[in-house]
Design a binder for this molecule. Structure first.
Ligand code: TRP
Length: 336
């Protein structure tokens, strides 16, 4: 394992990822894990998934699908500490300890909790906390434990996670102040929203909008999805504007700079929408093919995925063990 700065991020286990996840998170994280002056920690946030979902099959299958997806997209288990959160019970223990130090008021201000409360208020519910679990309420503490357990320096996350990182810093500072310097104060590395991949309907590609292209989709399915993308009514021969065009936005994420420049020129020359779609389908299909083949192979080798994650957990525990030891000692939980 490389030394140097520790980069850590958690992956929510919500099924097979889409190409927006691929270009926005998966490939950049894999690239970053290759740097020799950092060490990278990547984990499946499977205990987080219980917050939103109480279907055991879904929890189980999603976890596997996400693990297989990352491996299929090129994650190198020798370059990254890749593990399941649930294989490192230290995190749960730390979450309790941190919770005993965290003001309830801090969590009252969490965006996700506040959104749930205002939904109840809008519905004039007698109880503003109706349907809200302690899991949802405590989520930021579990996330803090995920991060502080490994003394991460840098945490790459989407903009929606910014507040959780601020809370983590807050909780770490409070612990350090009260019990003595124990935790590294992590920095958030917020991903650039400007480069977000457009979905099939032109909005940001997101599972919640139902406008995604799955990474491992077969050629036929891919073709159907791209053909459904809405375009304007300009005819072949009429110049077209690549800016703000959904098809062009998707092409930009996958094409080489030569291919992108070439297409820009053809837009100006008035290429027909049908032709743009045909070329785009071909290009994406070529790019996704190796991932698709790898995914099929890995999905059939459940032992490989299991063994890889177990080995990852062993490495993670080597790091977590001494930290938890220090934390227990600091709070006064130790042998007589
Ligand atoms: N909450 C994060 C998300 O929804 C996932 C996550 C869980 C995470 N624990 C983490 C990210 C720790 C970074 C660090 O995307």
């Amino acid at each position: 394992m490389a030394t140097g700065k520790r980069i850590l991020t958690g992956i929510t286990t919500s099924g097979v990822p889409h190409i927006g996840n691929l270009v926005g998170a998966i490939l950049p994280a894999i690239e970053a894990s290759k740097a020799s002056d950092t060490s990278s920690f990547l984990f499946l946030a499977d205990y987080h998934s219980l917050i939103k979902n109480h279907d055991p099959d879904l929890t189980f299958n999603s976890s596997f699908e996400v693990a297989a997806s990352w491996l299929a997209c090129g994650l190198e288990p020798d370059e990254t500490v890749f593990y399941r959160q649930s294989d490192v019970p230290h995190i749960m223990e730390l979450a309790w300890i941190l919770g005993c130090l965290t003001a309830k008021g801090l969590l009252n201000r969490a965006h996700a909790y506040k959104a749930a409360v205002s939904e109840n208020e809008e519905e004039n519910s007698a109880d503003p906390d109706r349907g809200i679990t302690m899991g949802l309420f405590n989520y930021p503490i579990l996330m803090s434990a995920d991060i502080l357990m490994f003394n991460a320096d840098v945490v790459p996350v989407g903009n929606d996670q910014k507040q959780h990182l601020e809370m983590t810093r807050d909780i770490a500072n409070r612990f350090n102040h009260h019990y003595g310097n124990t935790f590294t104060i992590p920095e958030a590395q917020i991903s650039d929203e400007a480069g977000v991949l457009p979905g099939l309907d032109g909005r940001k590609m997101s599972k919640s909008y139902g406008n995604v292209i799955p990474i491992f989709i077969e050629s036929g399915g891919l073709s159907k999805l791209i053909k459904k993308v809405k375009t304007n009514s300009l005819e072949p021969g009429q110049p077209k504007d690549p800016e703000g065009c959904t098809l062009f936005g998707i092409l930009k994420a996958f094409g080489s700079s030569g291919e992108v420049d070439d297409m820009r020129l053809r837009y100006e020359e008035g290429v027909g929408w049908g032709q743009v779609k045909t070329d785009l389908i071909e290009l994406i299909d070529q790019r996704l093919k190796p991932f698709r083949e790898e995914y099929l192979k890995i999905s059939e080798d459940r032992d490989y995925v299991e063994t890889t994650l177990r080995r990852g957990a062993e490495k993670a525990i080597e790091v977590a063990d001494p930290v938890l030891e220090r934390v227990r000692e600091a709070v006064g939980i130790k042998s007589f």
